[in-house]
Write a protein that binds this ligand. Structure first.
Ligand code: NDP
Length: 460
């Protein structure tokens, strides 16, 4: 059984902060509450943080430096004007320039980006790199749009965004709906406007300044983290073990790839319409073809593999998801927020799952997290386990600044080392603060301390 950090009045304090900062933003409140429940004990045990509490360190940490919101007007293929909303939440730059992805998805709003930006502050701190936290994006949906429409949207988006970013100010990257194609168009427009060829975005295609391994980094990193966590917790390795993965995008594809490299057997993947269960192991080349080249629904998978099972969303267990109902040794939620519910956590625990690694940002609901922390499952929280993407983005910034190109093996070795160091740091912090084995508290405390120390040193 693992202990969960709480203090008597933490909930009351958090309720007050909710009213001040995020009354309307449920996902932001969820993210903030989890972090604050982990770090409140520090204010009792540690004089410097007790003093910093008086200096409103928590209020300052949960309040973004600025939220930029703008109109994006672009012409579709029928020459009709379309209007979307663009955002950049510059949350905290105590450790370095703002850094965090751009998400293009119809569900994007200020609350979602505040949650993602807040998580990004602590995630970036855990990497040990000099980068602050931010997030941005738009309610634009690239799905079903032509390449030309995506290009015109990206150009219009950058015409506004360029005023607020720069290699030493704010360096965006990709996220849901923003891959190499979108980053290329955004970079091209920035260059036209400013005439500067500089490292203002990461996740660029390799041939004009991107780092090798950036596409693979988040998924590979999540698996490296899991390997280390299983070792530290004295559990069996991933080799020959059944794994359940959700998502079929950048993070999921590369988590599946690295699991296969290590001899594990990932048997599921999902998109927003359904789940594939292929008991012999997912056919990765086919999955890449469906999602990266043809950009079609997962249902197409069973055209090639009729022996696999396609489970549409309408057939999911009540309140849960099909992927987490399949017995597995390790689970990797890599799609989106709150995709692993209380029902799913109960199913995973009942089926003897040994580890859950959050490849996506905040994929587990609060209730699911509590259940998993009180079970035999080792839970690798997103801000630690999926930090590989931003770590390699940091490496891309270094390569751009030094006009260098590192090899695939060099980046891979640095990524693995970074993920193992994050895992060890999180485990050691949890132990130091009396919650050994609780990687959620360990990650929150370790990330918070690094940012808070910088904020205190830099003054009000
Ligand atoms: P992509 O857009 O490449 O892929 C997202 C995948 O998840 C798609 O297959 C999508 O399906 C699926 N999906 C979306 N919503 C649901 C849902 N409700 N149920 C099931 N599947 C769903 O995004 P990424 O892989 O880049 O990002 C995935 C997660 O990882 C996000 O939480 C992101 O913030 C996080 N992350 C990403 C990083 C990166 O480097 N890319 C870095 C760190 C975190 P469909 O195609 O049908 O929409």
């Amino acid at each position: 059984m693992r202990k969960i950090n709480t203090i008597v009045n933490a909930k009351e304090e958090i309720a007050k902060l909710k009213n001040l900062n995020c009354a309307e933003d449920d996902v932001f409140f969820q993210a903030m509450e989890e972090v604050l429940l982990s770090i409140f004990p520090l204010f009792k045990s540690d004089e410097i943080y007790n003093k910093s509490a008086k200096n409103a360190i928590v209020r300052r940490l949960i309040t973004p430096d600025r939220v930029i919101k703008f109109k994006v007007v672009w012409l579709d293929d029928n020459n009709e004007a379309q209007v979307n909303t663009g955002y950049r939440v510059q949350f905290n730059n105590a450790l370095g320039p703002y850094k965090g992805g751009l998400r293009f998805h119809p569900s994007v709003n200020e609350g979602v980006l505040k949650f993602l930006g807040f998580e990004q502050i602590l995630k970036n701190a855990l990497t040990g790199l000099p980068i602050g936290g931010a997030k941005g994006g738009s309610d634009f949906d690239p799905k079903g749009k032509s390449d030309f429409e995506v290009m015109k949207f990206c150009s219009a988006f950058m015409r506004e965004l360029h005023k607020y970013i720069g290699p030493r100010i704010d360096v965006p990257a990709g996220d849901i709906g923003v891959g190499g194609r979108e980053i290329g168009y955004l970079f091209g427009e920035y260059k036209k406007i400013t005439s500067a060829f500089e490292g203002v975005l990461t996740g660029k295609p390799y041939f004009f300044g991107g780092s090798l391994m950036r596409p693979e980094a988040t998924g590979y990193g999540a698996v490296y983290f899991t390997q280390k966590m299983l070792e530290l917790e004295g559990k069996e390795s991933l080799k020959e073990k059944i794994c359940a993965v959700s998502g079929a995008g950048n993070v999921a594809l590369h988590a599946i790839e690295k699991l296969q490299h290590l001899g594990a057997i990932p048997v599921t993947c999902t998109d927003s319409k359904g789940t594939i269960y292929d008991a012999r192991g997912v056919d990765l080349p086919l999955l890449k073809e469906l999602k990266l080249q043809r950009r079609v629904s997962l249902e197409e998978y069973i055209v090639t593999h009729p022996e696999a099972q396609y489970i549409p969303v309408s057939d999911y267990p009540k309140g849960g998801h099909a992927a987490w109902n399949i017995p597995c040794f390790a689970a990797f939620p890599c799609a989106t927020q709150n995709e692993l519910t209380e029902v799913d956590a109960k199913n995973l625990i009942a089926n003897g799952c040994q580890s859950v690694t959050e490849g996506a940002n905040m994929p587990s609901t609060t209730e699911a997290v509590h259940l998993m922390l009180n079970s035999d499952i080792c839970l690798a929280p997103a801000k630690a386990a999926n930090a590989g993407g931003v770590a390699v983005s940091g490496f891309e910034m270094s390569q751009n600044a030094a006009m260098q190109k590192w090899t695939f093996d060099e980046v891979d070795a640095k990524l693995q080392q970074t993920m193992e160091e994050i895992c060890e740091n999180v485990a050691a912090t949890a132990k130091e603060y009396g919650v050994e084995g609780n990687y959620v508290d360990g990650a929150n405390i370790a990330g918070f301390k690094r940012v808070a120390d910088a904020m205190i040193a830099e003054g009000v």
